[in-house]
Design a binder for this molecule. Structure first.
Ligand code: HEM
Ligand code: HEM
Length: 141
């Protein structure tokens, strides 16, 4: 299946883009709400668990999203666009795609390497990869 034309991204690419924009944008907002102590300690716990579980799910989504772009490639440049602009746009696009993976991956690593498990929507726990050596004062528990 070819999910692009000579002039535009195809339907699935667009769905990926806007679903991703919505979910990543939501994660950003919830992340800042958590970090700036807007919520009480009790209220923050379940929201943090949800942030971590959704973020972990988004890591899988990011792999799919970037994989689909690698398989499909980008629509060709608009005729008449100078080569340097085409190169610049490719670099920026690949940078954004890399960030799509780096963002949730850094969250998962922060949690697991910090000795904290990820509660995946109360279905199962992803165990930490490192021990938490200190008495836990961190906001991530
Ligand atoms: C209102 C918000 C947004 C607008 C208006 C927007 C618009 C665009 C446009 C115009 C392009 C270039 C398409 C082309 O090459 O012709 C693009 C590409 C892209 N955008 Fe967004 N975007 C938004 C939000 C986001 C968010 C939040 C993310 C990431 C979470 C994102 C990730 C990407 C990526 C990775 C590309 C590269 C092309 C691809 O593989 O999809 N965008 N966006
Ligand atoms: C789409 C992916 C993600 C985005 C956009 C995102 C965004 C954010 C942002 C903006 C913050 C606030 C950072 C600060 O101000 O210092 C934050 C905090 C945090 N994130 Fe994420 N995050 C994502 C994925 C994850 C994942 C996958 C995990 C763990 C599995 C995670 C765990 C945390 C934790 C523990 C905090 C600290 C919360 C607190 O202070 O109580 N995030 N996130």
């Amino acid at each position: 299946m070819t999910d692009k034309t000579n002039a535009a991204y195809g339907g699935l690419s667009r769905l990926n883009h806007w679903l991703g924009a919505l979910l990543f944008g939501g994660m950003l907002i919830v992340g800042f709400i958590l970090s700036y102590d807007v919520l009480s300690r009790e209220a923050a716990g379940p929201v943090r668990d949800l942030h971590k579980a959704t973020g972990t799910l988004l890591l899988l989504f990011a792999f799919w999203r970037v994989g689909w772009r690698m398989v499909q490639g980008f629509p060709p440049p608009v005729p008449g666009v100078p080569a340097w602009q085409d190169t610049a746009s490719r670099l920026v696009h690949w940078g954004m795609l890399a960030a799509l993976i780096a963002m949730p991956l850094s969250g998962v690593l922060m949690s697991l390497l910090g000795g904290r498990p990820i509660n995946f929507f109360d279905l199962f726990l992803i165990p930490p990869i490192a021990e938490n050596k200190e008495a836990c004062r961190c906001p991530g528990c």
